[in-house]
Design a binder for this molecule. Structure first.
Ligand code: NAD
Length: 444
């Protein structure tokens, strides 16, 4: 059992802390947001993540997991693994805003120095950070702590919201990078319960390699989505079907089937921000990432092409039309609305003069906080009432169970714009709906 402190109890920090406790470690999760910590102490999850509440409850009861706003107690533990999982959002110029990260690390190093604890401190940077950040963290900590008393490790996170527990407990690989043998040894011990089950630990000798791996993985995945969305637009023009195309292309073992689903453009808290950060620091290094830049631009185009698709489906100008927008989270299984396609679709619809009623099984509250004044229905049928079209913007399983016969009676016009190719087009067309998917044949 190792002593672990996690700084930042958001999507990544909370899942990581709870799952590490589940592996048997003693974990303290710290956050600067007292409301979040007070809620967690009462057993309330600050995020929607399937299965997380059970892991938190189980490890709280076993006294392996605790929460707080003050890291000073944890930092007094002689041997400690300090995992930094604070947010690294986009700054105004697209570069990563590292203020929270540096402030968290500086405060922790100061508290560690004041505690005069012996033993080794392993500082693990789990937040996604531009290449060179861990090196800067090392220099910052070296001003406070004696050489040899600490090491810095880069350990990027690859979990997917919506199946984060599964991704933590059954990872494709765990990546750790450090030039410090003590740091790498601490990581081997931390993840031993997973590596002993055969899950691979990829050790790299430089902080920079590990930092770069995270960006490379995200650019790869986002590029696949960007490409397939471009193919979808071409398919629409020539009468081809992008889903059939993806199945056939993905059957090639050199390509593989994952991340080949056409849609309204990618969003979320990682791909857009990480691609912007990469293009920013790559340009600063004098080797611009032209491919990542093109993927960002293509993705923006895709998101903003959706309003025109809706207008075409309605068959009239959107001004004065009522649109039901189903799905606000950036993907199913999460309440995260950061950079969700629904945000740009909503603002394009409103700019065109449409009135929108939105619904999401989990993300309504977060969405309303970002878009004050938006009309959010608490039930699907209320969103559908008198709608001139319904737009599916997230692939929630709940939308598969909609009674479309009943929905037709509620709606003013039978028009479905399925931006995730989620529904059974043939059946809906047979029911008399005008159906539009992405990169699929248009119905009459
Ligand atoms: P988040 O916004 O959900 O959580 C960050 C938390 O850090 C917040 O609760 C905030 O209050 C807290 N915080 C800020 N400053 C702090 C400080 N000084 N001390 C303690 N807590 C502090 O963010 P997230 O989605 O968990 O992302 C965290 C990092 O992980 C980012 O770099 C992100 O790019 C990366 N990441 C996220 C995901 C994901 O799916 N969300 C996946 C992989 C990597």
């Amino acid at each position: 059992m190792l002593n672990v402190c996690v700084l930042g109890t958001g999507y990544v920090g909370l899942v990581t802390g709870a799952c590490l406790a589940d592996l048997g470690h003693a974990v303290t999760c710290i956050d600067i947001d007292p409301a979040k910590i007070e809620g967690l102490a009462r057993g309330e999850m600050p995020i929607y993540e399937p299965g997380l509440d059970e892991v938190v409850a189980r490890n709280g009861e076993a006294r392996r997991l605790s929460f707080g706003v003050d890291p000073s107690g944890a930092l007094g533990e002689p041997d400690l693994i300090l995992i930094v999982a604070v947010g690294t959002p986009s700054g105004e110029d697209g570069s990563a805003d590292l203020r929270a990260l540096f402030s968290a690390v500086d405060q922790a190093a100061g508290l560690r120095a004041a505690s005069q604890a012996g033993g080794h401190l392993t500082i693990v940077i789990k937040s996604t950070v531009p290449v060179g950040t861990c090196r800067a963290v090392e220099a910052m900590v070296a001003r406070r702590l004696k050489p040899g008393s600490f090491s810095i490790v880069s350990n990027p996170e690859f979990l997917r919201e919506g199946c984060a527990i599964e991704d933590f407990t059954r990872p494709d690989r765990i990546v750790v990078g450090s030039a410090s043998e003590a740091g790498l040894a601490a990581m081997r011990a931390l993840y031993a319960p997973l590596t002993s089950q055969g899950f691979p630990l990829v050790e790299v000798g430089a902080l920079e390699t590990s930092e770069m791996i995270k960006y490379a993985a995200n650019v790869f995945l986002a590029t696949r989505i960007g490409l397939v969305n471009e193919f979808a637009q071409i398919c629409e023009r020539v009468g081809a079907d992008v889903d059939e195309l993806s199945r056939a292309v993905g059957a090639d073992r050199r390509i593989g089937p994952a991340f080949l689903k056409a849609g309204p453009g990618f969003g979320g808290s990682c791909f857009p921000k990480d691609l912007r950060a990469l293009t920013s620091f790559a340009a600063d290094l004098g080797c611009p990432s032209e491919i990542a830049g093109a993927v960002i631009a293509a993705n923006e185009r895709q998101k903003h092409a959706m309003a025109a698709k809706i207008e075409e489906a309605v068959g009239a100008r959107l001004c004065g039309r009522r649109i039901a927008l189903l799905g606000l989270a950036f993907k199913a299984g999460t309440d995260d609305v950061r950079e969700a396609p629904a945000l740009s679709i909503l603002s394009d619809l409103i700019a065109a003069g449409a009135s929108v009623t939105a619904y999401d099984p989990a993300a309504g509250e977060h969405f309303a906080r970002l878009v004050p004044g938006v009309r959010i229905a608490d039930r699907i049928d209320r969103a559908l009432a008198d709608a001139d079209a319904v737009v599916i913007a997230t692939e929630w399983p709940e939308f598969l169970t909609i009674d479309w016969m009943a929905a037709r009676l509620l709606m003013r016009r039978p028009v479905i714009v399925d931006l995730r190719n989620h529904l059974e087009a043939k059946r809906l067309i047979a029911l008399g709906f005008t159906y539009r998917g992405v990169g699929r044949h248009a119905s009459p």
